[in-house]
Every structure is written in structure tokens, then in C-alpha cells.
Write a protein that binds this ligand. Structure first.
Ligand code: HEM
Length: 210
């Protein structure tokens, strides 16, 4: 039997994930050496990306491919905005830089929303399963690195208790199995997910020099 979409995405992006984990500011973030300013800049850029992705998913919630994976409980945009106030202050939107890789990412999402909404599934996969997996490791590192009070500045990573996080990841993968697909469409989603990982590499490298 052919591998399902979840498995194909995992296998097809493994090398890209590995490169992304090691790119630009990531080693410093993982090692607790990133400044809080640069971390806030990362979250500000993610706010821009989620700010494009989440309304696009919402607008296409009736599309069969999006309906299969759309879970509003996963939405991160509001959490990022609240965290940015804790991490930087109310002027975060104006004072923190948005790098060119993010602008290209947002443009890509807008184009897909218009021309190929089913490809947004790949972007939801890269972000939300990443947040539900590696993001949970980062949560503790971030809280410790920046001496944050409980719950302050880390709402982005908070999806509830570990069993709830595991359930959300399981539900997302179960949703992937319901995305209408054929051979070519699976290849297309894997390629789009690889693009998203590679764009994160550019983002993480771009944030080294702001
Ligand atoms: C820098 C720190 C990172 C660490 C330590 C990390 C770690 C992990 C771990 C431990 C898993 C679980 C693998 C499994 O269940 O077999 C995972 C999965 C995942 N991560 Fe990361 N990750 C990082 C960064 C990222 C980033 C930046 C993204 C997105 C751009 C991402 C996207 C994903 C995705 C989509 C999965 C799910 C793979 C699958 O099961 O299909 N990760 N990550």
C-alpha cells in the first residue's frame, strides 16, 4: 500500500527539517545564547507568517483539503501578539524588523490562497506539527533563557497539557489522511513543505544580521 500523506511529508522533508534546525539563529536559540531582542524579532516575523496563513485557512475552511486539517484551536497569531508585548513591549510591531524572507513567505501564501488553496495544507503541516513537536522543546529553553515569569512570553508554544498536545498532533495527522489526494498532489504538497522549510532557513539566517 502507498504511504499516506503524513508519512510522505515526514520522509520527504526530513533532510530539510535537519537543515532548518541548524540554520542561522537556531543553534543560539537552542543553546540559550540568543538575546531576548533577537528572539522577539523571530516571533515578530512568525506573527507576519501566521497572520497570512491563518486567515487564508479560515477563508478556505470549506475547501475539502483545508477542512480536513483546519483546527482553529491551533491558531497562533493572537498568542504571538500577546507574547510580543511581554517580550518587547507595545511598540513591537513598529520596532522589530521584518526580514525579506518573511515578506517572500507571506507573498507565497497569498499567491497560493488565490491560485492553489489546497497547497496551504503543506504550510499548516510545517508550522503546526513543528509547534506541537520541536516547539515544545523550545518552550522550556525560552522560559529559562529569558527568565520569564510562568506563562509570560511563551503563549505561542502553549497548546495545553502534554496529553492535549499529543492529541492535537494525532488529530492533525488523522486530518492529513482525509486530504483528497492522488500521486501528483502528494508530490506537490511534499515539494511545498520543502519550500517552507527552506524559507525558514532563509528567515533564521536573515535574523542573524538584523
Ligand atoms: C530548532 C529546533 C527544532 C527542534 C529541536 C525540533 C525538533 C523536533 C522533534 C523532536 C520532532 C519530533 C519528531 C518525531 O515525532 O518523530 C519534530 C518534528 C517536526 N518539526 Fe521540528 N524541530 C525544530 C525546529 C523546527 C522548525 C523551525 C520547524 C518548521 C519550520 C519544524 C517543523 C517540524 C515538523 C513539521 C515536524 C513533524 C514531523 C512529522 O512527524 O511529520 N521543526 N521537530
Amino acid at each position: 500500500m502507498d504511504a499516506g500523506l503524513a508519512e510522505r511529508l515526514r520522509d520527504g522533508t526530513r533532510a530539510h527539517h535537519r537543515a532548518t534546525e541548524r540554520a542561522g539563529i537556531m543553534p543560539a536559540l537552542l543553546g540559550g545564547r540568543l538575546s531576548v531582542w533577537r528572539f522577539a524579532a523571530l516571533q515578530r516575523n512568525l506573527h507576519e507568517i501566521y497572520g497570512a496563513l491563518e486567515p487564508a485557512l479560515e477563508r478556505h475552511a470549506g475547501h475539502a483539503a483545508i477542512a480536513a486539517i483546519h483546527q482553529p484551536v491551533l491558531e497562533r497569531c493572537g498568542h504571538l501578539a500577546a507574547d510580543l508585548i511581554d517580550l518587547h513591549g507595545p511598540a513591537w510591531r513598529d520596532e522589530l524588523p521584518v526580514v525579506p524572507a518573511t515578506l517572500d513567505y507571506v507573498e507565497r501564501i497569498r499567491r497560493l490562497e488565490h491560485d492553489e488553496p489546497e497547497a496551504l495544507v503543506a504550510h499548516a503541516y510545517v508550522r503546526y506539527l513543528g509547534d506541537l513537536a520541536g516547539g515544545q522543546v523550545l518552550k522550556g529553553i525560552v522560559a529559562r533563557s529569558f527568565n520569564l515569569d510562568a506563562g509570560k512570553g511563551t503563549g505561542f508554544y502553549d497548546f495545553g497539557a502534554p496529553d492535549q498536545v499529543a492529541r492535537l498532533a494525532r488529530d492533525f495527522r488523522a486530518g492529513l489522511a482525509l486530504v483528497p489526494q492522488h500521486g501528483a498532489s502528494i508530490d506537490r504538497l511534499v515539494a511545498e513543505a520543502c519550500w517552507a522549510f527552506d524559507q525558514h532557513v532563509l528567515l533564521f539566517c536573515g535574523l542573524e544580521t538584523v
